[in-house]
Design a protein around this ligand. Structure first.
Ligand code: GLN
Length: 476
C-alpha cells in the first residue's frame, strides 16, 4: 500500500507521471480525510462530489495514452470567495448564501486547464474580514493542531484543510494577512504574491488595492509550483502584469537580510524566540544580517484600518438585494436595500461599511482617507529605500507573521481592536504591494506552530522561494 499521507503537489506529480497512483485513488483518500475530520474542524463549507467524476475521467484519459497534465490528480481546496463556474460562492456571508458563480475566476480557469481537481470550498471570515474565521456566517473553523484554538483568518478554512491533510494544497486571499496569518497558525506555508502578480478577476473584492490571491501549501516548493500556475497578466484585471526579473549577480547564497526592529514588549515570548533563532539559522546559512528600522511601519495598522474599510464600503455597495443573492423586499427601493443588507451582512461587515463611509464622508475625507493615502506612500517609500539596489539594499526582510500563535476560540471575538492588532505585522506588505511569505518555524519544544515572515522586493517571489527552501532545508 502506498502511503498517501501528507503528499505534496511535487510528490503527487511524480507519482502520477510514473503511474504509481491514479487520480481516483487520490480523491478517494482526500474524501476519506474530509469525512473523518471535517465535522470537527469545519475547514470545508462544501465538498464537491463531482471531483470524483473529474478524477475518473483523468484516469481514463491517461489509460487511453494521453499525457497527464501537470495538475492531474492534484486536489485543491478553494477559499469561498473565488468563483468556480456553477458552484456556490458565498464569501461566508448570508447575503450570498445561495449565489452560484456564473463564470470561473482567472486562477480557476488556469488551474482547470492544467488539470487540477477542486475538492471543495473552504470557510472564511465573512467577505474576508477577520483574523480567526469566527466572523463566518456558517460557523467557525477550528485549528487542526489544537481544537480549542482558532485556525486564523480570514483564509482559516484553507489553512486548516492543508494542515489536516484534506487536500494537496489550497488557494486563499490576502488583503491584510489572510493567507499568511492562518498559514502561520496552522503550521503551513502561505504566500501573498506581489500586488498584480496574480489576476483578481473572479475574486469577490474586499479592498481592491490590497487584495491578492495566493497559495497555501505544505512546502515552499509547492507554493512556488502553485504560484507559477496562477500568476501572469490577465486582460480581465488591468492591474495584473507579467513578472520579468533580472537575477541578481550574487545568486541566492549570500543574501542581505534585514531584521525588522519591532517593539518586543507587545509580542509573545515564543515569537521573539523564533525570530532570534531564525536570525541564527540565516547566519549559519551564510547570509548577511542587519537591523532595519522602517520607521513608518508603526503607522501601518492605523493606515490599513482606514483605507481597507473605505474600499470595503465601496465594494460591498453592489450587494443590494437587486442583483445578487439574498432579496428582502420592503415598501420601496430604499427599504429593499436596507432590509436586504441588514439581514444579509454580519456584525463585522456592517462595522466596516460604517467605518468606511465615515472616513470617506465630506468633512472627514481629508482628515482620514486622504491622510492615510499619504501615509501609505510613505510606507512604500520606506520599503523602497530599504530594498534600493543602488544603495546596496536588502534582498529580504524578516519579521514575525503575527504577534501571538493561534489564540483560543472566543478570546478576541468580542473585542474588535484586539482582533485588528493581530494584523500588525502583515498589513504593511499589502499597503506597499510587496510579496511576503509565512513559513513555519520548527522547534520541538513549542506546543503551537509559529510562523515567521519574509518580505521581498516587488516581483521577487523567487527570493522568497529560494530563501524559504533554504530556511526549511528543503534542498536536502
Ligand atoms: N485580518 C485582516 C482584516 O481583518 C486581514 C483580512 C484579509 O487579509 N482578508 O482585515
Amino acid at each position: 500500500m502506498i502511503d498517501l499521507k501528507n503528499l505534496t503537489i511535487k510528490k503527487t506529480q511524480e507519482m502520477i507521471k510514473k503511474r504509481e497512483i491514479s487520480s481516483k485513488e487520490l480523491i478517494s483518500y482526500y474524501f476519506d480525510v474530509v469525512k473523518n475530520k471535517n465535522k470537527n474542524i469545519h475547514a470545508y463549507l462544501e465538498v464537491f462530489k463531482d471531483a470524483f467524476e473529474t478524477a475518473k475521467n483523468q484516469d481514463k484519459e491517461i489509460l487511453s495514452g494521453s499525457m497527464a497534465k501537470p495538475f492531474f490528480g492534484i486536489a485543491l481546496a478553494i477559499k469561498d470567495n473565488i468563483l468556480i463556474k456553477g458552484k456556490r460562492c458565498s464569501a461566508s456571508s448570508k447575503i450570498l448564501e445561495n449565489y452560484k458563480a456564473v463564470y470561473d475566476a482567472t486562477v480557476i480557469e488556469k488551474l482547470k486547464n492544467s488539470g487540477a481537481i477542486f475538492l471543495g470550498r473552504t470557510n472564511m471570515d465573512e467577505f474576508a474580514m477577520g483574523s480567526s474565521t469566527e466572523n463566518s456566517s456558517f460557523g467557525i473553523t477550528k485549528n487542526p493542531l489544537d481544537l480549542k484554538r482558532v485556525a486564523g483568518g480570514s483564509s482559516g478554512g484553507s489553512a486548516a484543510a492543508v494542515s489536516m491533510d484534506a487536500c494537496a494544497a489550497a488557494l486563499g486571499s490576502d488583503t491584510g494577512g489572510s493567507i499568511r496569518q492562518p498559514a502561520g497558525f496552522c503550521g503551513v506555508i502561505g504566500l501573498k504574491p506581489t500586488y498584480g502578480a496574480v489576476s483578481r478577476y473572479g475574486l469577490i473584492a474586499m479592498a481592491s488595492s490590497l487584495d491578492q490571491i495566493g497559495p497555501i501549501t505544505k512546502t515552499v516548493e509547492d507554493a512556488e509550483i502553485l504560484f507559477n500556475a496562477i500568476k501572469g497578466k490577465d486582460l480581465l484585471d488591468s492591474t495584473s502584469i507579467d513578472i520579468k526579473i533580472s537575477k541578481r549577480p550574487n545568486d541566492f547564497k549570500k543574501l542581505k537580510i534585514g531584521i525588522f526592529q519591532y517593539d518586543r514588549r507587545g509580542v509573545n515570548k515564543c515569537i521573539n524566540a523564533a525570530i532570534d533563532d531564525s536570525i541564527k539559522i540565516l547566519e549559519n546559512l551564510g547570509h548577511e544580517i542587519e537591523p532595519v528600522d522602517l520607521h513608518t511601519l508603526r503607522y501601518s495598522l492605523s493606515c490599513y484600518y482606514i483605507i481597507m474599510p473605505a474600499e470595503v464600503s465601496a465594494n460591498l455597495a453592489r450587494f443590494d438585494g437587486i442583483r445578487y443573492g439574498l432579496v428582502s423586499e420592503g415598501q420601496n427601493l430604499l427599504e429593499d436595500y436596507m432590509k436586504t443588507r441588514a439581514q444579509g451582512f454580519g456584525e463585522e461587515t456592517r462595522r466596516r461599511i460604517m467605518l468606511g463611509t465615515y472616513v470617506l464622508s465630506a468633512g472627514y475625507y481629508d482628515a482620514y482617507y486622504l491622510r492615510a493615502q499619504k501615509v501609505r506612500t510613505l510606507i512604500k517609500k520606506d520599503f523602497q529605500k530599504a530594498f534600493d539596489l543602488k544603495q546596496d539594499g536588502l534582498d529580504a526582510i524578516l519579521m514575525p507573521t503575527s504577534p501571538t500563535p493561534a489564540f483560543k476560540i472566543g478570546e478576541k471575538a468580542s473585542d474588535p481592536l484586539q482582533m485588528y492588532l493581530s494584523d500588525i505585522f502583515t498589513v504593511s506588505a499589502n499597503l506597499a504591494g510587496l510579496p511576503a511569505v509565512s513559513i513555519p518555524y520548527k522547534n520541538k519544544n513549542f506546543t503551537l506552530p509559529v510562523g515567521i515572515q519574509f518580505i521581498a522586493p516587488w516581483f521577487r517571489e523567487d527570493i522568497l522561494f529560494d530563501l524559504g527552501k533554504q530556511y526549511n532545508q528543503e534542498y536536502e
